[in-house]
Design a protein around this ligand. Structure first.
Ligand code: FPP
Length: 236
């Protein structure tokens, strides 16, 4: 069920209750400008901040951003280090501005093992400090893989003694619910790339050729306008 809101919703009659965004195209954006890939990620981080604020203004209940996949460790060390530093710096700034910051809650989804312990403690701090905020829940997927999420849900169930598993059991043990209503992927790629596999069973998809660092509020609005007109039947 999509999320209906009368106020604060930018004039949309229906908004996705859970929106997923695959932030893609940073490398190509940088290459086009003769810059290192890391410059693309820096520009992409600024867009992440703008777009999450806009989602907050629109009153979308939950937005999941794909920031670092379990496969992204294969990238050159300099690129991985830059991404980790961007997450770190974002959290340091968020901590400083916690009082006056927007109403948004922050949560991290993905495997924490393997991440720098200092980063993990900043992540936990941000989750605790924003848990009671009334606004949009921003999930940042870091060291995240959809298959890994399902496998760890199943392993948790097994460790609790379950021998027969239902769909509801898995839903109860994935990182985040509800099901994802809409997935936005910029940069011209039409793939899911191991993102929200469980939650995407009935997702609508919206693609654009715009590279993530060039993605603007108007692109988000275009996607939401399109979503509003979709006829969702959920297999019925
Ligand atoms: C994919 O584009 C993008 C990533 C692997 C990283 C996404 C991360 C950010 C935008 C930074 C987010 C920052 C914060 C603070 C949350 P790509 O590099 O694979 O692009 P390409 O396909 O053009 O090479």
């Amino acid at each position: 069920m999509a999320f209906q809101k009368k106020e604060k919703n930018g004039g949309f009659s229906v908004l996705p209750r859970h929106l997923g965004i695959i932030m893609d195209g940073n490398g190509r954006w940088a290459k086009k400008r003769g810059l290192p890939r890391t410059a693309g990620h820096r520009a992409g981080a600024d867009v992440f901040k703008d777009i999450s604020k806009e989602c907050g203004k629109l009153g979308i209940e939950q937005v999941t951003f794909y920031a670092f996949s379990t496969e992204n460790w294969k990238r050159p060390k300099e690129e991985v280090d830059t991404l980790m530093k961007l997450f770190h710096d974002f959290l340091i700034t968020a901590r400083k501005n916690i009082e006056e910051s927007d109403d948004m809650k922050i949560k991290f989804i993905g495997e924490r093992q393997g991440l720098d312990p200092e980063l993990v403690s900043l992540m936990e701090e941000a989750e605790i400090q924003t848990a009671e905020k009334p606004g949009t829940l921003i999930n940042l997927a870091i060291n995240y893989g959809g298959r890994q999420e399902i496998v760890s849900a199943v392993n948790r169930l097994i460790s609790h003694g379950k021998t027969k598993i239902t769909e509801q059991d898995i839903s109860d043990n994935v990182y985040t619910l509800p099901d994802c209503d809409l997935i936005i992927r910029p940069s011209g790629e039409h793939r899911l790339s191991n993102f929200l596999l469980w939650q995407a069973a009935y997702s609508e998809f919206w693609y654009s050729d715009v590279l993530w660092p060039d993605f603007k509020k108007k692109d988000l609005h275009k996607a939401l306008r399109d979503f509003e007109s979709r006829n969702r039947r959920f297999g019925g």
